[in-house]
Design a protein around this ligand. Structure first.
Ligand SMILES: Cc1ncc(COP(=O)(O)O)c(C=O)c1O
Length: 487
């Protein structure tokens, strides 16, 4: 670890470190430090300002992004919180990491930071190189086609289209479109707009845009008032914990879900709305952190293939290391690669990896103005290099064990409040008896200096950065003990 020089960054003195070892941790405060309850008076004032033009009801506090550092988020009231939620699971290196700051300080990057080309028509040599040297090396094995996009929802939307195009191309044996297909597509009628469906899962979350929303089933508030496709919704396993004591019941649960999936393939085929793709999260995240076994995923892949459908694994929340493997679906030892894997969040840019056959043959079918973001690719490159140099995926696997073991110990002591502790890597969670206790607990934890997030009806989730270390896990455990004592 080598301090290069000191520089001022809007009021805060940071030590710029030439990235070696887990350097950012040495710049962090020693622990949370709270001055006010959350939201504090300054946050509230900003929220009032925001209300003039926006709905501020989801705002928790207003972030002081200049002062936030490493695993610590600082708000505008000067409260220093250990952040185990990290902007909804989207910061792999925490706040103000020197490796990312360097991207913006390097004058060679200036033109890419300044200019945002329409990459579908005018890609730059730098962007073409970034696809090859930044994204391709982390592609899930067997997926060589890369489609950059913007956010998680639009990555899923475009992956759905890629699946429909792939299916239709197979149906017409690769022949040209007919005049009837072209004409009918313009008025949303078959055969040009065919009746085909995508299977998704109860409790799933794949985004809030129009098509993705038909596959999202986590909360009614996301869906209410919006028309949806008639697409099949299958059960996703709901296991009993601890897993090692409930093997028989959980195997039965897999069987129940798989039987229904098989039925739905048949039902939708006979309704003349055949399933052409299945979208699934490796761990249902927004819906409540529900896990499926490796056997469940292997058999789902087999069923999907038997029904000539494509398997799309949505790794928007799980991808880039949080589960202790780079891709969460690597935990499942699938006999072959899934057909498509979507990503966003920790990648800073969205997109999908796919098998070559999902590449449309004609231009403009999977297309939008930007098709990705060169500046974010530079940031991603710095992130991936740091993850590799500092062995952060392995770090996350090991720290995850410390985090989870501590949570299990706490759940023994507070067995009526902390239920079903579970996790892979630091992607950990537990349930509480009901939503109001859960929400109160999260509020009290925040006031005690731990910023964490809810998911589903009763779950609390951990989504720390990959630089989260054992010492941070211990701080979380200590604060949980303090808060639970008084809850
Ligand atoms: C699994 C999954 N898919 C898709 C999305 C949507 O991503 P975005 O909010 O970037 O549109 C999310 C967001 O939380 C997600 O968790």
């Amino acid at each position: 670890m080598k301090a290069a020089r000191l520089f001022h960054f809007r009021g805060l003195v940071h030590t710029r470190i030439q990235c070696r070892g887990n350097s950012i941790l040495s710049q962090e405060p020693s622990g949370p430090k709270m001055k006010t309850k959350i939201p504090g008076p300054k946050s509230k004032q900003f929220m009032d300002d925001l209300e003039k033009t926006q709905n501020p009801l989801s705002t928790i506090f207003v972030l002081d992004v200049d002062k936030s550092i490493g695993n610590y988020a600082v708000d505008v009231d000067g409260n220093v919180m250990l952040d185990v939620y990290e902007q909804i699971a989207s910061l792999p290196l925490g706040y103000n990491h020197p490796a990312i700051q360097k991207v913006f300080q390097d004058s060679k990057n200036l033109s890419q930071l300044v200019n945002r080309p329409a990459l579908g028509v005018h890609p730059t040599p730098q962007f073409i190189k970034q696809i090859d040297q930044t994204l391709l090396p982390v592609a899930p094995k067997g997926l060589e086609y890369i489609q950059p996009m913007m956010c998680g929802s639009c990555s899923n939307e475009n992956a759905f289209k890629a699946i429909c195009i792939w299916h239709a191309n197979k149906q017409r044996n690769g022949k040209a479109f007919t005049e009837e297909e072209l004409k009918s597509s313009m008025v949303n009628k078959p055969p040009g707009s065919p009746s085909v469906s995508l299977m998704s899962f109860e409790g799933a979350f794949h985004g809030r845009t129009f098509g993705a929303l038909s596959c999202t089933h986590s909360k009614a508030i996301h869906k209410i008032d919006i028309p949806s496709f008639d697409w099949p919704i299958a059960p996703f396993p709901r296991y009993k914990y601890p897993l090692e004591e409930n093997d028989r019941e959980n195997k039965k649960e897999d069987e129940r879900c798989l039987a229904r999936i098989e039925e739905l393939f048949h039902e939708y085929k006979s309704k003349k709305n055949p399933v052409v793709g299945v979208i699934i999260e490796p761990i249902q995240s927004e819906g409540g952190d529900f896990h499926g076994s490796a056997t469940f995923f292997q058999r789902l892949q087999k069923l999907t293939k038997q029904n000539s459908a494509a398997l799309l694994i949505d790794e928007v929340q799980t991808g880039l290391g949080a589960t202790g493997k780079f891709w969460a679906h690597e935990h499942f030892n699938l006999p072959e690669a899934p057909d498509i894997v979507t990503f966003s969040k920790k990648f800073q840019t969205g997109g999908y990896f796919a098998k070559k056959e999902f590449q449309p043959k004609q231009p403009y079918r999977i297309f939008n103005t930007w098709m990705g973001e060169p500046a974010k690719m530079l940031v991603l490159d710095a992130i991936l290099k740091t993850v590799k140099q500092e062995n952060l995926v392995e770090n996350t696997r090991k720290t995850g064990e410390v985090l989870l073991n501590g949570l299990k110990d706490i759940s023994k002591q507070y067995s009526k409040l902390i239920l079903n502790t579970r996790g892979l890597g630091t992607f950990c969670s537990f349930d509480m008896p009901n939503a109001s206790v859960r929400d109160k607990f999260i509020g009290e934890m925040r006031n005690a200096g731990i910023q964490m997030g809810p998911c589903g009806d009763v779950a609390v989730r951990f989504r720390p950065a990959l630089i989260f270390a054992d010492k941070h896990a211990h701080i979380v455990h200590d604060k949980m003990n303090e808060v639970l004592k008084k809850l």
